[in-house]
Design a protein around this ligand. Structure first.
Ligand SMILES: [Zn+2]
Length: 116
């Protein structure tokens, strides 16, 4: 990949990270909201919070992946599969810019997870 496309990618990743951080802020704001005195209302709120918390964890996991991808760009390791060391298909990166595995390794992992 060229330096120019690395810069474009970096900008794209930073933008995505900013969006996710904004989402996390909204999520934690929701979680901090006071509980209703009414116990039925409170049960509903706790349930909502669990959903909200799961969304928060998802956003945090995505932010971690983006940070790792940004670091790989800095180290010049971006676009190289962390499993097998072969270049990751550029079409895959276009769809999934913070991919750290080539499609073969990712599919292998998925099959391994599915068997568990
Ligand atoms: Zn691989």
């Amino acid at each position: 990949m060229t330096a120019a496309s690395h810069e474009a990618l970096r900008a794209q990743l930073l933008k995505k990270k900013k969006e996710l951080n904004a989402r996390l802020d909204r999520i934690s704001l929701n979680l901090r909201r006071g509980y209703e005195a009414d116990s039925k209302e409170r049960a509903k709120q706790l349930e909502d919070n669990e959903v909200v918390d799961a969304l928060g964890n998802e956003a945090r996991a995505e932010i971690a992946k983006i940070s790792a991808a940004l670091q790989r760009i800095d180290n010049g390791e971006f676009g190289i599969c962390i499993e097998c060391g072969l270049p990751i298909n550029e079409r895959r990166i276009a769809v999934y810019p913070y991919a750290d595995e080539c499609i073969e390794c990712a599919e292998f992992d998925e099959r391994r997870r599915a068997r568990r």
